[in-house]
Design a binder for this molecule. Structure first.
Ligand code: TXA
Ligand code: MG
Length: 329
């Protein structure tokens, strides 16, 4: 395949170029507010197959269908429960994916053979404009090789998939920084299948109901395997109250460590350090970029200072649980 080209999301001609590549069945990585997605024309099975090849993602892991407007879900979804309407009115466009009963003709390639199809309207204007130009929906998993960290910049995309995809539309840094919240509405009661920036309490407030606590991602969503979103470098999570004591203890002299922290400055123990934030949304926005940088920094191990075990940190803990090979506290 020829070299991957970089397109500029602020240029109309580049958006047109992205749309024509997609129409011709090529893969284009697209910016969204959560993470970059690896897009293919959802109505072209050959193109959808290429997504699995480029990512080396096992076939059978379902894909989210991205729409340019809420009305477009009628081509994919069999019926729209009232709860879905409320969530769509409140949160779209935005970082929320809904799992809804699929129309019978939606390909198993997209749903992994599940009775539900996942749909989302992303907020990035360039991606919405590309879909409007195309007049079709896009499937778009995160634009990273399978098992690696999701990309939050066009450079991250190229770092993982250069030469394997036709183009990346550079739309700047992702403002949310972690993948969308997934709400499963195919059963009797809504279930959060993957936590994200839109929290359980946001969803409860919108629907006027209380959701069962602790329904986490991993059991419900196929493809949501535990080892996922990992840096190449071994990564260890350490709680704040153990950080100062544990770090010198478990770092053999001569080891180059990279520290990602938010409260406990690592001092000279760290060869590289990146400070995040005490605010969950800010921490999430910066997290994958920090992990990508540490992977490039030639360190032997990465240490991440874990945030408090509080519900507002749920989505961040979910991602850290997957990124870390080991956690203390
Ligand atoms: O923020 C996001 O959701 C990003 C951006 C690009 O939109 N996309 C994303 O896609 O994170 P991906 O493929 O990396 O993760 C989608 C998750 C997977 O765990 C997949 O198993 C689940 O959604 N999923 C998709 N379709 C599904 C279906 N029909 N049934 C059950 N789970 C589904
Ligand atoms: Mg992914």
């Amino acid at each position: 395949m020829p070299e991957t080209i970089k397109l500029d999301a602020t240029q109309t001609t580049d958006i047109e170029k992205a749309a024509s590549l997609l129409l011709a069945g090529h893969l284009v990585a697209m910016p969204t507010e959560t993470v970059y997605g690896l897009a293919a024309d959802a109505s072209n099975e050959q193109a959808v197959r290429k997504v699995f090849e480029a990512k080396q993602r096992p076939v059978g892991h379902p894909l989210i269908v991205h729409v340019a407007s809420p009305e477009r879900i009628r081509y994919w979804v069999d019926r729209v429960p009232e709860a879905a309407e409320k969530l769509i009115n409140t949160f779209w466009p935005g970082p929320l994916t809904l799992l809804l009963p699929k129309k019978s003709d939606v390909s198993d390639f997209i749903t992994g053979g599940n009775p539900g199809v996942a749909v989302r309207m992303p907020a990035h204007p360039a991606t919405v404009a590309t879909m409007e130009k195309l007049g079709r929906e896009l499937v778009a998993p995160s634009a990273n090789p399978y098992g690696r960290i999701s990309p939050t910049t066009a450079e991250h995309v190229l770092g993982g998939l250069s030469g394997k995809i036709a183009a990346v539309l550079d739309g700047g840094d992702c403002s949310v920084g972690i993948e969308s919240t997934i709400v499963d509405l195919t059963g009797e009661t809504p279930v959060i299948a993957r936590p994200g920036q839109i929290s359980q309490s946001d969803i409860e407030a919108c629907l006027g109901i209380t959701l069962a606590p602790g329904k986490g991602a991993s059991q419900v969503v196929p493809g949501s395997v535990k080892r996922h979103y990992q840096p190449v470098t071994p990564t260890v999570g350490v709680a704040t109250d153990q950080f100062a004591r544990l770090l010198p203890e478990i770092t053999p002299s001569g080891e180059r460590i990279g520290v990602i922290w938010w409260q406990s400055a690592p001092g000279e123990l760290a060869s590289e350090s990146i400070m995040l934030s005490a605010d969950p949304n800010e921490y999430a926005r910066m997290l994958y970029t920090a992990m990508h940088s540490m992977d490039q920094a030639n360190v032997d191990r990465i240490f991440i200072e874990l945030p408090p075990r509080e519900s507002r940190w749920l989505a961040v803990h979910d991602r850290l649980g997957r990124a870390c090979t080991e956690q203390f506290g």
